[in-house]
Design a protein around this ligand. Structure first.
Ligand SMILES: CC(C)(COP(=O)(O)OP(=O)(O)OC[C@H]1O[C@@H](n2cnc3c(N)ncnc32)[C@H](O)[C@@H]1OP(=O)(O)O)[C@@H](O)C(=O)NCCC(=O)NCCS
Length: 231
């Protein structure tokens, strides 16, 4: 497992997990495998084997991350995800991540992203009331498709890409996309908001991770957004 960085009242703790590390667990550390909750297992069962492994690995890593931050056994956490359309609770398998411990929601604002086998996790510990966070990880190699700018970017963002080509263009596309998804996870809207209507060039709540921050590959782009007032 790679880095664990940052702490503070509203500064997220970040953790990356490289491909091949099951559920963020060091295979040499002798941990018991982390078991998911019923709603997570039901969602996993509906997936094809490849996506299922990706999903399960991410959820195990997230559960372990939350348990370590709270210093409680991972098996004692109950999922408590929330969705603006469907509500929240242990039966929900999608939406904004969260857990409950002994029936009470835990004091963590959480976010998760997966890209090219990597997992990025973030948490604000003891968040002020209403504060939410979102983060996103983007592999520039996944951004090489025609029409990206038209579907994903605002006119101002497109203008900023003028003159870029090759790897620099893909990295900038990835940076902007990560900022958008971090914002949309922070608000909870997800892609219910059309990305080409959301300008992310200069929003104070969003921070680009530095190249290699949290142990991520140097060419990946990632962003984290923390709400100021609980949007
Ligand atoms: C969240 C989203 C913007 C990014 O997804 P992505 O780039 O494909 O995947 P990422 O790996 O970066 O992020 C996925 C994680 O985002 C989180 N997430 C999903 N919806 C979220 C929301 N509304 N708010 C905050 N976080 C959310 C979850 O932790 C999810 O992990 P999971 O697959 O284990 O559930 C996109 O999946 C989305 O818009 N989802 C919502 C779709 C929707 O509204 N569905 C209808 C539900 S009724």
């Amino acid at each position: 497992m790679a880095g664990l960085v940052g702490a503070g009242p509203v500064a997220p703790v970040l953790r990356s997990c490289p491909p091949g590390v099951s559920g963020g667990q060091d295979p040499t550390a002798g941990h018991q495998s982390i078991v998911l909750g019923p709603a997570e297992l039901a969602r996993a069962a509906a997936l094809a084997p490849g996506p299922r492994a990706v999903f399960v690995t991410g959820r195990r890593a997230l559960r372990r991350f939350a348990a370590e931050l709270l210093d409680v056994p991972a098996s004692d956490l109950t999922t408590h995800f929330s969705c603006p359309r469907c509500g929240s609770g242990p039966e929900l398998s999608h939406g904004r991540p969260g857990y409950a411990f002994r029936g009470e929601p835990v004091p963590l604002a959480l976010s998760l992203s997966r890209s090219s086998g990597w997992i990025l996790l973030g948490a604000v510990v003891d968040p002020p009331a209403g504060v939410t966070m979102g983060l996103d990880l983007a592999d520039p190699s996944g951004m090489a498709f025609e029409g990206f700018e038209g579907v994903a970017l605002t006119a101002a963002e497109r203008a900023g890409l003028t003159g870029l080509a090759g790897p620099l263009l893909l990295q900038e596309r990835a940076r902007l996309w990560a900022r958008k998804e971090a914002w949309l996870k922070m608000t909870g809207d997800g892609l219910a908001t059309a990305p080409d209507t959301l300008d992310v060039l200069s929003r104070q709540e969003i921070r680009d991770l530095a190249a290699g921050e949290a142990g991520l590959p140097l060419n990946f782009r990632a962003a984290v957004a923390v709400s100021r007032t609980g949007s």
